[in-house]
Design a protein. Sequence first.
Length: 147
Amino acid sequence: MAEPFRIGSQIKVLSNLLMREIGNSACAKSADEATGNNMFIIRYLAQRKNEDVFQKDLEEFFSVRRSTMSDIILRMEQKGFLIRKPVLHDRRLKKLVLTEKGENIHTMMESVVFQTEEKLTLGFSTEEKETLSYLLEKLRRNLETEI
């Protein structure tokens, strides 16, 4: 008997393969213990380096709990990838800023991310990529919506 179609299982497998693909690159191996998750956070911060980014922003964007993101940020801080800086308007708030080491990792990894995206969508038309992106966003919204 064939196993029923399970989209969640397919997404989990794709996520594992994506993390492995990025993690196995020569760049990633030379990036001082930066995990796949670290790479995505570094990329997020690098793309927003002219904005104040806080832990809550990462929690919302990556859809993770506060405690999970706290642990990730703490480890990234210990590895020297980012620092927490107080903001002038509210000393209780700490914005997240990449260190020089974090910036260097971002620069190294950009080509790996681009190549991985190309491999992931090999044979896809522009229309198929747009449709896939739309459908994935729709799946995300479905899970974020309270019933």
